[in-house]
Design a protein around this ligand. Structure first.
Ligand code: TXA
Ligand code: MG
Length: 324
């Protein structure tokens, strides 16, 4: 492991792009202080330049190197949730390339908790800009194999870190003065954040307007047609004999062959379901099904995050020849 981390560090020091594990999803990382290295991330992912990247740092103290005018509640959040799956949007310092922030003067930044990511960051004297390591618009990778099958021929190295424990992207919080604003629901539930700093203002993250920070809609989509259903029992009955697959929270006694469905948590645990979501979507997408029907989750805790990702997957299916 030490050898592989050093290999990744050397490549990153040379301005290369390397896939790295984090506790949320695998990231496509480059030196956040090196414009040319960061430009390659956009190119490899086919990502539009207006969609800013998240910067990964090795410690809370390092925040001062990349951000300024940091509000007190941002520190409160960092001390509560870092290292971990929370991204803070803060005023950036000039050493961070505007390539990373897509010309904005704000910066998304987080300290990851994955031990391999942290060990790597500690070997470097720069932070790592890293979006999720998937082609733009496709499902995020939660194993090195997902990265290999999607981008393996485009990057010199994938640092192995096992399956991502959280399996879903970080929650993104920004600030208007000392007022917290939720930009993206993620691995930390809104309730957890609110219990730390009080009521969050939620901005419309469903907006496709690139001027609005947060996310664009066309994200997380499998290539197979993907439909979210609030009446999954009826949909199962209607489709038993068709070439369709199902994504369940738990299979509530539907008699289907095991090759036709995946359940995300047999104990109906939302944290477990979130951690299994993308791997299940990847698997279903490889099964040559005509349609994937996903059960809508309860609108509480991480169920809100899971529903957000399911709806984005449904929104617009990924097109192979996307040109941006
Ligand atoms: O869990 C995660 O956050 C993973 C791992 C690799 O850390 N990264 C990730 O990156 O999900 P990505 O690029 O797939 O999503 C980053 C999101 C984008 O939707 C972007 O719009 C938002 O972060 N973002 C980045 N900088 C921002 C800023 N200054 N203001 C608002 N949103 C920002
Ligand atoms: Mg992404």
């Amino acid at each position: 492991m030490i050898k592989t981390i050093s290999k990744a560090a050397t490549l990153l020091q040379d301005g290369e792009v390397v896939a790295i594990p984090t506790e949320t999803v695998y990231g496509l990382a480059a030196n956040a202080f090196n414009d040319e290295a960061v430009a390659q991330i956009f190119q490899i992912k086919n990502r539009p330049l207006f969609n800013p990247l998240i910067v990964h740092i090795k410690s809370i103290e390092y925040l001062d190197v990349v951000a300024t005018n940091i509000p007190p509640i941002a520190y409160q959040l960092a001390h509560t949730f870092w290292p971990g799956p929370l991204t803070l949007v803060l005023e950036k310092k000039s050493n961070v390339s505007t390539m990373v922030t897509s010309g904005k003067n704000t910066l998304g930044v987080r300290m990851p908790s994955h031990p391999v990511a942290l060990a790597l960051l500690k070997q470097l004297d720069f932070p790592l800009a890293a979006p999720s390591a998937n082609p733009f618009g496709y499902i995020s990778p939660t194993t090195s194999e997902h990265v290999r099958s999607q981008l393996g021929d485009k990057i010199p190295y994938i640092l192995e870190g096992g399956s991502c424990e959280r399996g879903i992207e970080s929650t993104i919080v920004g600030f208007d003065g000392n007022k917290p604003i939720l930009y993206r629901v993620g691995a930390i539930s809104n309730e957890e954040i609110e219990s730390c700093i009080g009521k969050l203002t939620v901005i419309n993250t469903a907006s496709a307007n690139p001027e609005a920070p947060g996310m664009i809609n066309k994200h997380y989509s499998p290539r197979t047609k993907f439909v979210v259903s609030e009446q999954i029992a009826e949909v199962v009955l209607e489709n038993v004999n068709r070439n369709v697959g199902f994504l369940f929270f738990k299979n509530e006694n539907f008699s289907l062959p095991s090759s036709r469905y995946i359940e995300l948590s047999d104990t109906k645990n939302l944290v477990e379901a979130a951690s299994n979501l993308y791997a299940a979507m990847h698997r279903l997408d490889q099964m040559n099904l005509d349609v994937i029907y996903a059960e809508k989750f309860p609108d509480k805790g991480l169920g809100i995050t899971i529903n957000d990702r399911l709806h984005r997957a449904q929104e617009e299916n990924f097109e192979m020849n996307i040109t941006l």
